[in-house]
Design a protein around this ligand. Structure first.
Ligand code: PA5
Length: 328
């Protein structure tokens, strides 16, 4: 089994680690702001979905500094960086610290861990590992636990446990076969992932990023119902691109609006001859389990895409080169 497949298999254990982690105390807040990029920023997407289901706002900032509104809010800022060295995230932590906001951090170490120690920020260290995107269970779990410690969300331990159970069942069950079928249908094509609401939009973003980083292929994502108001028209003039160069995957979730399913069917029909590479539905009861059920399948698809092309999914040399060039 390849290293990346082994790391995907570790997801349930990572979620259980987070459920059992000892979490520092945070100042109480009414909403959250997660700072993070790429594989680490996905933890913020997960937290936003989890919080929304509880009627709470957790925003995600993927860039330098802080969003303009942040200084005025009663917010818990959680900085997430697997390496602890991501310059955009570090700039946000510095801005938040300077503005006197309550900041907590999670990382494997790096400058973020140093800042947390210098500035006495609540800090939750996650176990070191191969790649940020392969630490999604640790990073999302730690972020949720920190937000719960600030009183922003509740019930994270039970939710992480359910997510781990569902992920485990899928990995031992039909997920590898389902993923293999979707990957075969995406062979030689650009993946376009369509979500159908906030939970599946977060999953679609993860699928896209994993196809990029593990599969080393271009991929994009979009979300219903918004795409029915623009993107659906955009396939018309270049039918050969739709039929031969791309593969659309629809993601569904039981929590989405009842109209969305019919919308997705009509969208697929009206987009023809755009190639539909598959439809995947979430499993589980709670939002965290449902989101991670889609993550598991998408992660496996991305590795299968790499394997089909004879590519090692693990290295992301161009990201490293870019970071090095920026540091110089
Ligand atoms: O997957 C990757 O390697 C990237 O998307 C990184 O997660 C991103 O560059 C941010 O780095 P870090 O996760 O160390 O903060």
């Amino acid at each position: 089994m390849s290293l990346m497949r082994r790391l995907i298999d570790e997801l349930p254990a990572q979620l259980r680690w987070a459920a059992a982690a000892e979490v520092p105390e945070l100042a109480l807040a009414t909403e959250g702001l997660v700072l993070g990029m790429g594989g680490s920023g996905f933890a913020g997407d997960v937290a936003a979905v989890f919080a929304e289901a509880q009627g709470v706002r957790v925003a995600v900032h993927k860039g330098y500094g802080l969003p303009g509104w942040a200084a005025a809010g009663h917010i818990a800022v959680v900085a997430v960086s697997h390496s602890g060295n991501t310059e955009e995230t570090l700039s946000g932590v510095e801005a938040a610290h300077t503005a006197g906001l309550a900041v907590a951090a999670t990382a494997t170490g790096g400058v973020l861990a140093q800042r947390a120690s210098e500035w006495s920020l609540p800090y939750l260290a996650v176990p070191p590992g191969a790649q940020p995107r392969a630490a999604a269970g640790y990073l999302a779990g730690a972020t949720l636990r920190l937000l719960e410690s600030a009183g922003v969300v509740t019930g994270t331990v039970a939710a992480l446990t359910e997510a781990a159970d569902v992920a485990e069942a899928l990995l031992a069950g039909d997920a590898p076969a389902v993923a293999g079928e979707v990957a075969a249908s995406l062979r030689g094509r650009i993946g376009i992932i369509y979500g159908s609401g906030p939970l599946t939009a977060a999953a679609a973003g993860r699928w896209k990023a994993q196809l990029n980083e593990n599969g080393k292929v271009p991929a994009w994502w979009s979300v219903l119902p918004e795409l029915d108001h623009n993107e659906i028209v955009g396939w018309a003039a270049l039918p050969a691109i739709g039929s031969d160069a791309v593969g659309v995957v629809f993601l569904h979730d039981g929590g989405e609006d009842a109209r969305t399913h019919r919308r997705a069917q009509l969208t697929a029909e009206l987009m023809a001859p755009v190639h539909v590479a598959g439809t995947v539905a979430s499993r589980g009861a709670g939002p965290l389990a449902r989101l991670f059920s889609l993550v598991v399948v998408g992660d496996l698809v991305s590795v299968a895409v790499a394997e089909q092309a004879g590519i090692d999914p693990v290295p992301v040399a161009v990201i490293e080169r870019l970071k090095k060039a920026l540091a110089e």
